[in-house]
Ligand binder design. Structure first.
Ligand SMILES: [Zn+2]
Length: 186
């Protein structure tokens, strides 16, 4: 909407309309917080209020898309630094070549983002996919991941219990606290 155009109240046709903007924000799943402008028009003649040109929606979608693109890039960087290339992901999930390059360049769908969130949270799914989702291999991957998780938690518990000795907190209390950092936002 061009701010220089005369705004006419959709309810009464008056031109005595004022415009205000508010900063709002939302949190992207696994990603960062993003902010956007909420727009509100108020008719000073009849009192009608609203976002007459649906500007808030546009602002929200643009800010969300930017945060999503950021998340995609960060997930791909994270995978790359763990030795998982875009070509490998394309191959094991049977995606057309250069699909991930398209995503990285901003041409992505909600399903693309969903797949990357799943891969990021459960990286062992790549090995499962590489083996055509074969049942025995997928079971073994889940059990291996679970065993590793338990081992990590035990290491954390030892770490916390050592810490608690010096701070006089009991180990029992520590067990009920988050003992492993949850997957953090990128
Ligand atoms: Zn009005």
């Amino acid at each position: 909407m061009n701010k220089h155009n005369v705004v006419i109240c959709p309810a009464c046709g008056s031109q005595r309309v004022s415009r205000s903007e508010y900063e709002n924000s939302n949190q992207l799943t696994l990603g960062s917080k993003f902010s956007f402008k909420e727009v509100l028009y108020t008719c000073n003649t009849c009192g009608e209020e609203g976002d007459f040109f649906a500007e808030t929606d546009k602002n929200y979608l643009a800010a969300q898309k930017a945060a999503q693109l950021n998340l995609i890039k960060k997930i791909l960087e994270d995978l790359h630094s763990n030795g998982i290339s875009m070509a490998l992901i394309e191959r094991v999930f049977e995606l057309p070549p250069r699909t991930l390059t398209r995503w990285k360049n901003g041409d992505f769908s909600s399903s693309a983002l969903s797949l990357l969130r799943i891969i990021f949270t459960y990286p062992w799914i790549i090995e499962v996919a590489e083996n055509k989702f074969e049942k025995n291999i997928s079971c073994s991957a889940i059990l291996t991941a679970a065993a590793q998780e338990i081992k990590d938690q035990q290491i954390n518990m030892v770490f916390y219990s050592k810490k608690s000795n010096s701070t006089s907190t009991t180990v029992v209390n520590d067990i009920h606290q988050p003992i492993k950092k949850p997957p953090t936002s990128l």
